[in-house]
Design a protein around this ligand. Structure first.
Ligand SMILES: [Ca+2]
Length: 191
């Protein structure tokens, strides 16, 4: 039974993510003017005195075969995520957290958390990569013909100033799928 690992990189540039803001204080949007290694990323921007804490997230569904290049007759064993984040535009920031970054079903049920919620990001940063754990998802019984949902969470919280604001960006998501032969237990009898 052959086990293979297939890595798919999402530059975000042409991909449509759905942003869900925790409240009216945050705006989740496409940012064409920044990114790594190429411009184009997703960002969450919070503004306003004492705004948040806002629990925001982006989600997108991936078909294992057409989106993640998993060949036919495969079962999905484990998934690992890697992603870059960047913070910018800090003014009177209380807390900023990147993650947790999660593997979910298409019905939005949590399957596994590959990248945990970060520590409080207390200052502006350049693009920084986070590497998650390789999570066993075999209990889902996913085959190459199925899909999963990736959910990228963040939390933003501002302090007491009318000019308070903060921005968190994400780019260059890697989805690393370990898969194996789904037909490994077929017994052929020659008579
Ligand atoms: Ca990009």
């Amino acid at each position: 039974m052959a086990t293979q690992t297939t890595t798919q990189v999402w530059l975000s540039n042409l991909d449509s993510w759905t942003g869900v803001a925790g409240s009216g204080d945050s705006t989740l949007q496409w940012q064409a003017g920044d990114g790594t290694p190429a411009n184009g990323c997703i960002e969450s921007v919070i503004t306003g005195r004492n705004s948040g804490p806002d629990d925001n997230y982006f989600w997108k569904e991936f078909a294992f075969d057409t989106d993640l290049s998993i060949p036919s007759d495969q079962k999905i064993d484990s998934i690992q995520l890697k992603i870059y984040y960047k913070t910018t535009g800090y003014d009177t920031v209380e807390d900023v957290y990147d993650g947790p970054h999660e593997i979910r079903t298409t019905g939005d049920a949590l399957v596994a958390t590959s990248i945990a919620q970060s520590a409080d990001i207390t200052s502006e940063t350049g693009w920084t990569q986070r590497t998650g754990s390789d999570e066993d998802v075999s209990g889902q019984g996913w085959l190459d013909s199925d899909s999963c949902r990736i959910r990228l969470n963040n939390q933003l919280h501002l302090g007491n100033s009318k000019t308070a604001t903060a921005t968190l960006r994400n780019d260059y998501l890697e989805i690393i799928v370990t898969h194996s032969d789904a037909a490994a237990n077929i017994v052929q009898t020659i008579i």
